[in-house]
Design a protein around this ligand. Structure first.
Ligand SMILES: [Mn+2]
Length: 312
């Protein structure tokens, strides 16, 4: 990848030792079924980030001063399963280094690995899944690591809350917890979904953000655009409340499928990422080292098949 530091920040803020934030690019597009191109997402996102102002007006902060370490891209693509394992391992490695870990995809199947890592490290994890699609299939096209299966595992072993949903197969409805699902058509006419969703979250929250949750009028560059999506201010208003009221332990953003002509989606993704960081560290006015407070002890909310096999 051509970009040397996140958003072109100086080396002083980009070194791992001093960075409270880690950004892992995963340019993977192995299982997408319609438009290809999510593999180019991280590069377009990083280029847009370099052209963005690094002062956030709303929070009156320059969150990059927390330090953002940009890792090498995860390029494992020999199989969906191997990719998920690689994402899981690298995500967990940086959680163990006590960093605030963020991941930029790539297609949504990468989140199987990110969620698995966070669920192993933080007790009673809520997964806040913001997406147009339910992604609850147990298998698709012969694999459980397909983008259509992104949160099936999370539905089985985390507190999964789904927001913005407007497309699903009828079979997914039997897996879905309707009390914890906020459909776009209901959200459009009543904003009580925000408080309701937050009320159902545990303290530790991981956010997996599929950019196709946004309305295609503001974010057209995604693999499977669906009409009737979220707009900018309602989205960041909701995220701001989540960051204020819960311990957000990390997040991923996926499914940017860049378009050569129109760069506005790349820029939206860059601003969304920076906004989420700004909200996360808003309260942290000191420059002390961040403590992600991951739990080192064996957790009870995990499936036994994911044993610790790694040494860092
Ligand atoms: Mn989606």
């Amino acid at each position: 990848m051509e970009t040397k530091t996140y958003a072109g920040i100086s080396e002083e803020y980009a070194k791992l030792e001093h960075a409270n934030i880690v950004l892992i690019p995963v340019p993977y597009d192995g299982t997408s079924t319609w438009q290809k191109g999510a593999d180019k997402g991280p590069k377009a996102f990083l280029e847009a980030s370099e052209n963005m102002e690094l002062y956030d007006i709303e929070t009156d902060s320059e969150v990059y001063k927390q330090g953002v370490y940009l890792t090498d891209a995860v390029t494992e693509n020999t199989s969906p399963e191997n990719m998920v394992d690689a994402v899981h391992d690298v995500t967990k490695k940086y959680i163990k280094k006590n960093k605030f870990v963020t991941i930029f995809g790539g297609e949504h199947s990468i989140s199987i690995g990110t969620i698995r890592a966070f669920n192993e490290m933080f007790p009673s994890l809520t997964v806040l899944h913001i997406d147009a699609h339910a992604d609850l299939r147990q298998r698709y096209n012969g694999s459980s690591c397909n983008h259509a299966c992104a949160v099936y595992e999370a539905s089985q072993n985390t507190n999964l809350i789904q927001v913005g949903i407007r497309s699903l197969d009828i079979k997914e409805k039997s897996i879905m917890n309707l009390d914890k699902t906020y459909f776009a058509h209901d959200m459009a006419i009543d904003d009580s979904w925000m408080d309701s969703a937050i009320d159902q979250m545990t303290e530790n929250v991981f956010i997996t953000f599929d950019l196709d949750a946004f309305d295609p009028s503001i974010l057209p560059s995604t693999g499977t655009p669906e009409p009737g999506g979220l707009f900018w201010y309602e989205t960041i208003d909701f995220l701001k409340q989540v960051f204020a009221e819960k311990n957000v332990v990390g997040f991923d953003i996926v499914e940017l499928c860049p378009n050569e002509i129109d760069k506005s989606s790349d820029f939206l993704a860059a601003k969304l990422y920076y906004k989420m960081l700004s909200y996360k560290f808003q309260k942290d006015i000191t420059e002390d080292d961040y403590d992600n407070a991951y739990n080192n002890k064996p957790l009870t909310n995990n499936l036994s098949k994911y044993k610790e096999k790694d040494d860092y």
